[in-house]
Design a protein around this ligand. Structure first.
Ligand SMILES: NC(=O)C1=CN([C@@H]2O[C@H](COP(=O)(O)OP(=O)(O)OC[C@H]3O[C@@H](n4cnc5c(N)ncnc54)[C@H](O)[C@@H]3O)[C@@H](O)[C@H]2O)C=CC1
Ligand SMILES: O=C(O)CCC(=O)C(=O)O
Length: 382
């Protein structure tokens, strides 16, 4: 075979792309210079159904960081879908840009067009840095949007069930640690007061808890501390660096991933970690380190499944009551993970992964049955 002259060979990257995505089915790079859209869609595994996962908008320092985020987040979605028992696989996307400055309707329409080219392999909605209205623009170009505002026939804000799922998870952890779910007088350290973190903080204040809070946006911290005061509770504002070392009962990460690592574990003084942020552990091995330190870790993809439950359910037609009932199952799922982790002497992450992998394996065989016509499982009337 003729070899290409060196000058005509594909330029090399500073990392091996195929090695990086070796667990993934597909990665799509979307580029539209006219609108400035630069996005990466990562599809991890479609064993259970088409990929589903929100779209994050963030100003990444490097392309490699953006790719890494999309790959890690989409893998998490595969497990989250299996844990929540929905007929979707794992996917996720990132848009590279500043959510405060770079958003335009045209950018989201261009993004919708790229999603449409995937012909139903990828469904998406909000994540960090994006809001429901962004996807109203994308919806003009593709039907594969899950997580529309109620006035567009969608289920509305996903952070509502997500924050409720975090509360149920905190109650499950309280029951495991203390034998009861009463949170009054307990202290929680919350990182990130965005769509999910703020609502979680409100639930905890209503339950009689006191808070340490941090966010890169000082205005939102001020709103929360005022709210706590009105409710006769205490919310202490701390710096981004100090949140890890406060003396609280539980740490509730609701912002970025990778925040549980060697440096932060050394600082933690909490009994448990239960939060909405995706990919909280820098590496899965940090689950073992937490176990050794006696900190109960509630696996993130179980705790934060409420949003997924809502968007997956939305395709049957929106129904908040049904979504909230399904979200309650997160409490029982977590207790099952804790009990398996105890019984098998493994970390809570290993126990959760094992439950999900067994479920995917069982479903894989069912999906291979002959069917005269393939249809998506939520298209119940087709
Ligand atoms: N929105 C949802 O329904 C779901 C969200 N998640 C995850 O939960 C986390 C939060 O999501 P949302 O609330 O939707 O995002 P958001 O964008 O509404 O809020 C994130 C908040 O974190 C703050 N933040 C960013 N970096 C920070 C840092 N280093 N320290 C402190 N605060 C920081 C931001 O200023 C913002 O207020 C993300 O990891 C997301 O992937 C997971 C499942 C569903
Ligand atoms: O919001 C969505 O579109 C699905 C849920 C999701 O992305 C997540 O749970 O991280």
């Amino acid at each position: 075979m003729n070899k290409l002259p060196v000058a005509e060979q594909a330029p090399s990257l500073s990392f091996d792309l195929f090695e990086k995505m070796k667990d993934h089915e597909q990665v799509v790079f979307c580029n539209d210079p006219e609108t400035g859209l630069k996005a990466i869609i990562a599809i991890h595994d479609t064993t259970l159904g088409p990929a589903l996962g929100g779209t994050r908008m963030r100003q990444y320092e490097t392309m490699e960081d953006a790719l890494e985020d999309a790959l890690r987040l989409s893998k998490g979605m595969t497990y989250k879908c299996a844990a929540a028992d929905v007929d979707f696989g794992g996917g996720k996307a990132v848009i590279i840009g500043d959510p405060l400055k770079d958003k335009t309707p045209e950018l989201f329409r261009a993004y919708g067009q790229f999603i449409e080219t995937l012909n139903g392999r990828f469904y998406t909605g909000t994540d960090m840095g994006t809001v429901l209205d962004d996807f109203v623009h994308a919806y003009k170009e593709t039907n594969c949007i899950a997580g529309l505002p109620e006035e567009y026939g969608g289920g509305g804000e996903t952070s509502i069930p997500t924050a409720l799922g975090v509360l149920y998870s905190i109650q499950a952890v309280a029951k495991t640690l203390w034998g009861h779910e009463d949170l009054s007088g307990k202290k929680f350290a919350i990182q990130g007061l965005g769509k999910v973190g703020f609502k979680t903080a409100e639930h905890l204040l209503q339950a009689g808890a006191d808070l340490y809070v941090t966010d890169v946006d000082p205005c939102i911290v001020h709103v929360l501390t005022e709210k706590a005061e009105e409710m006769g509770r205490i919310a202490v504002s701390v710096s981004s660096d100090d949140i890890y070392g406060v003396e609280a009962d539980m740490f509730v990460p609701c912002a970025i991933g990778g925040i549980i690592n060697d440096q932060t574990i050394d600082q933690l003084k909490v009994q448990a970690i239960v939060g909405a942020a995706n990919n909280q552990l820098l590496h899965e091995s940090h689950a073992e380190k937490l176990k050794q330190k006696g900190i109960l870790y509630a696996p993130d993809y179980i705790v934060n499944g409420g949003g997924l439950i809502q968007v997956a359910d939305e395709l049957y037609g929106p129904n908040r009551k049904r979504v909230l009932a399904k979200t309650e199952a997160i409490y029982r799922s977590l207790l099952e993970v804790f009990s398996q982790s105890d019984a098998l002497h493994v970390t809570t992450v290993e126990a959760a992964n094992h439950i999900c992998e067994k479920r995917m394996d069982a479903r894989k065989h069912r999906n291979s049955f002959f069917s005269p016509r393939k249809r998506n499982k939520w298209d119940v009337r087709l």
